[in-house]
Write a protein that binds this ligand. Structure first.
Ligand code: ADP
Ligand code: ZN
Ligand code: ZN
Length: 829
């Protein structure tokens, strides 16, 4: 191998194949070849893909002919070294391929794709009389005289035909067109039309004077030139690449568009496009940071002290204690040092309010990254992190993928939230755990914050893997809300319930509204009723594709499957026996909202759930209306439990927590404790009159007492004992292997074969299943799952994962078993 010929590159491609691909770098590209830059390469028969260079070397692949790189897209790395490290770690920890991680990491605006285009066939002669053409076909032929190639979309527009495949096929058969694949760069920069003086006039006083004389009688044109000279600073006029002024703003004060046109034609002005940021240009702004209280100040220095010794600190602070204020201080320090910080939030629902607070301090130094942003916006945040435009990023889980190169702080807010875990597709990663690894790669400090830390994180703090800082009082000495329980069994016996509302809760709502305060009601089930029930034959309508009952949505008069989206109109008669006696059973947010409108005719009731917050703006509007006091009672699912900060909420009602407590999962008590504490935390944040009412069928459950006394430590002590005796995290690592197929028997057999292949080496006591999960069929696919528990210290977990992957690959050598799709879910939630 000679070192002058480094002409091969190992490329990471966004495909689920567990290896890198070696391509040849031809002489024309060799200067630009560098790890981290994106390349375009041929893949398979026809495809081209965007990949990332991982390594350049001189070793020709042994067993295949390396194909050539088609192009190198970047002038500098778009992926930094730390990202490549993180991708490798995620692939091995979460048992997927680096390509799957890359695919999730790159915003689709940075991935080129091939798209079909149409051009005229070079031998085509429309007048040869060999074929006849329809009107639509003629339109395409004519358009191709004007324009060299057309996309399918353009053809559809030109012809007005929606489904154009038939048309294209026919034209192609007649030899009129050729179809080809063209690469398109998906990201489109935003451009602004600007105006500037022609280069010949710049800095040339004589020429300008001559111009003034010429325009003496042309008032409108003269006005434009004068305005330009007034607005553009003299020193900029001397610049050969003057930025000029925005055309829109220039003409905004009512100046003549046509005069500008004339001046451009006569070579006085020129128009040009400038790429601008979708987030506006950075402005200088003085930060306004509120003073910390002396207690908060003390906790901040405790955090600093712990960071000297530990990379990770857990801030356990009750709701409303001012954790966010402490985060702001830490972020400010990062800015002062000129480094980068990442502020992770579990979901978009939380970003609006927190962002408003952060923006007041950091202005537009903050980049925001989440899925409701457009692709182009995501690319700009990505590039803004690379360029230093956004030293602070606030985002949801996917922001761990951004190209940080100088990260010094990661804040993980509401670290206990299960929405940090991505379930589908791969990588099935936990953003908190991934961020901790990201922090280690950067030698950054990591702060986890929560009022109800996850059992895992608290365990790490107790065993001093993490530092622990506790903040036990609310800001302004505001008291924690008072919590009361209402026994539903009792109320039902006495037939005193109004639908799902007990008289006690209803009264409290009425009283709160009389005092002009607000109410939040937590009902963790959307729709109107969880199911319908025939009173004559007991039939319950089920989803055609899943083994679940259909939820009744009244507003749309539909039955809807929450697992696959299947829907059907509300039946008027039972489909089994024809009876008309169909009754709704149970309560969802929609019914609760409906009942309340009847019970509280003057109250203004709104609902916040998945159905009412499809877009960013509807969500933000609801929050704003509630903040402004335009809503009295807000009914919602778990969306309303999280981190929101309202001034006038005094009452929180919790309606169906029993279902969460009794959900068959080892985390159900933790979930219930967290949800109740979090939603209670929305009550009385500014006053000492906060009140929480919990309705339950089992008031004797210990978890209620723990919530009422706000006793996290006691909760943790009880929970950790359970986890230890029943072998659950943090004492073991869990891996779920999920098998899916349309054929019930085949899924079962595949899972059992897999079990046999791992049982002996892994030890039967570490394996549970195969068994059907709670919902055994979804979207017509039957499910089986195997759960593997790997105790810490007893077995090498990375080796066990390799073994599990290898055995799966062996199993899938078999054509029959390969038909079953398999998912590894590491640290399932
Ligand atoms: P947490 O994040 O712990 O729930 P927040 O940071 O949201 O608490 O604080 C609760 C409320 O108290 C917020 O409205 C916040 O503005 C206010 N607050 C907290 N600390 C201060 C402070 N030092 N100065 C002014 N307001 C504060
Ligand atoms: Zn029936
Ligand atoms: Zn379904």
């Amino acid at each position: 191998m000679s070192n002058t010929k480094l002409s091969f590159a190992d490329i990471l491609l966004p495909v689920p194949i567990p290896r890198l691909f070696t391509y040849e770098v031809t002489a024309e590209h060799i200067d630009k070849a560098e790890p981290g830059r994106r390349v375009i390469v041929p893949f398979g028969q026809k495809k081209v893909l965007t990949g990332v260079i991982v390594q350049i070397h001189g070793t020709k692949p042994q067993n295949y002919d390396a194909r050539e790189i088609l192009d190198i897209l970047d002038d500098q790395p778009a992926i930094v070294d730390q990202q490549l490290q993180l991708i490798q770690w995620m692939a091995s920890y979460y048992m997927c391929t680096p390509g799957e991680v890359l695919n999730a990491a790159l915003p689709s605006g940075l991935k080129l794709s091939s798209k079909s285009m149409v051009q005229k066939h070079p031998d085509f002669d429309p007048d040869d009389g060999a074929h006849t053409y329809s009107d639509s076909e003629w339109k395409v032929v004519e358009a191709l005289e004007e324009k060299e190639h057309l996309s399918y979309d353009e053809i559809s527009q030109i012809t007005g035909v929606k489904n154009i495949y038939h048309l294209i096929k026919s034209l192609s058969a007649k030899g009129a067109i050729l179809i080809f694949e063209q690469l398109i760069e998906k990201y489109k920069p935003k451009k602004e039309r600007r105006v500037r003086l022609q280069a010949s006039l710049e800095n040339d006083l004589l020429a300008l004077e001559a111009l003034f004389q010429k325009l003496e009688k042309k008032e409108k044109q003269l006005e434009l030139v004068m305005k330009y000279l007034r607005e553009v600073p003299v020193n900029e006029l001397k610049d050969r690449n003057q930025l000029g002024v925005s055309k829109g703003e220039f003409l905004a004060s009512g100046l003549s568009t046509s005069s500008l046109g004339t001046l451009v034609k006569n070579g006085v002005f020129e128009e040009f496009d400038k790429v601008i940021s979708r987030f506006g240009e950075p402005k200088k702004k003085e930060a306004v940071i509120p003073e910390l209280t002396s207690l908060q100040e003390e906790k901040l220095s405790e955090i600093h002290g712990l960071f000297e010794k530990k990379s990770t600190v857990l801030l356990h602070g009750v709701t409303g204690s001012g954790k966010t204020e402490i985060y702001i201080r830490l972020l400010q320090q990062v800015l002062d040092e000129g480094a980068q910080a990442l502020y992770l939030l579990p979901e978009i629902a939380l970003t609006a309010q927190i962002l408003r607070r952060l923006k007041k301090v950091f202005g537009d130094k903050i980049g925001i990254y989440h899925s409701k942003y457009s692709d182009n916006e995501r690319v700009e945040v990505w590039n803004g992190v690379l360029s230093g435009r956004f030293p602070i990023v606030v985002g949801v889980r996917s922001s761990v993928f951004l190209p940080f190169n100088n990260l010094s702080l990661i804040i993980i807010d509401e670290e206990h939230e299960s929405s940090y875990k991505q379930y589908d597709p791969a990588p099935r990663y936990h953003a908190r755990d991934t961020a901790i690894m990201l922090g280690q790669i950067h030698h950054a400090k990591i702060l986890l914050g929560s009022a109800t830390p996850s059992v895992e994180s608290y365990y790490n703090a107790v065993y001093e893997k993490y530092g622990l800082v506790t903040l036990e009082t609310r800001f302004g000495e505001v008291q924690m809300p008072e919590t009361a329980l209402i026994d539903l069994k009792d109320e039902r016996k006495k037939k005193r319930m109004h639908g799902d509302l007990s008289p006690g809760l209803l009264q409290a709502i009425e009283q709160t509204l009389e005092e002009n305060k607000q109410v939040i009601l937590f009902q963790n089930r959307r729709g109107y009723a969880p199911y319908l029930h025939c009173e004559d034959c007991a039939h319950i309508p089920k989803c055609a594709n899943c083994s679940v009952s259909l939820t009744y949505h009244m507003y749309r008069q539909e039955l809807l499957c929450h697992y696959c989206g299947f829907r059907e109109p509300l039946p008027s008669h039972c489909e089994a026996c024809g009876s008309a006696k169909i009754k709704t059973i149970g309560f969802g947010t929609e019914k609760l909202e409906d009942d309340l409108k009847v019970l509280l005719p003057t109250g203004r009731i709104s609902r916040m759930d998945y159905d009412t917050t499809r877009t960013r703006s509807t969500y933000e509007q609801l929050i704003e209306n509630f903040e402004n006091g335009e809503i009295d009672v807000l009914v919602g699912t778990q969306m309303i439990t999280k981190g929101l900060d309202f001034d006038h909420v005094e009452l929180v009602g919790i309606l169906d927590i029993d279902r969460i407590i009794h959900f068959p999962d080892f985390r159900s008590h933790e979930r219930a404790f967290q949800m109740m504490t979090q939603v209670s935390g929305r009550a009385g944040r500014r006053s000492n009159n906060g009140k929480v009412i919990i309705q339950t069928n089992n008031p004797e459950q210990p978890v209620f007492h723990l919530v009422r006394t706000n006793d996290y430590k006691r909760f943790y002590q009880m929970e950790i004992l359970e986890r230890e005796s029943f072998h659950y995290p943090p004492f073991v690592r869990m891996i779920k292997v999920l098998f899916r197929n349309q054929d019930k028997q085949l899924v079962w057999e595949t899972a059992n074969h897999y079990l046999k292949s791992i049982q002996t080496s892994l030890g039967g006591h570490r394996i549970l299943g195969p068994q059907e999960p709670l919902i055994a069929r979804i979207r017509n696919q039957y499910h089986q799952e195997i759960t593997i528990k790997l105790e810490k210290g007893g077995i090498s977990i990375p080796k066990a994962k390799e073994f599990l992957t290898q055995k799966m690959e062996e199993l899938q050598q078999d054509k029959i078993f390969r038909q079953t799709s398999v998912i590894f879910d590491v640290d399932p939630q």
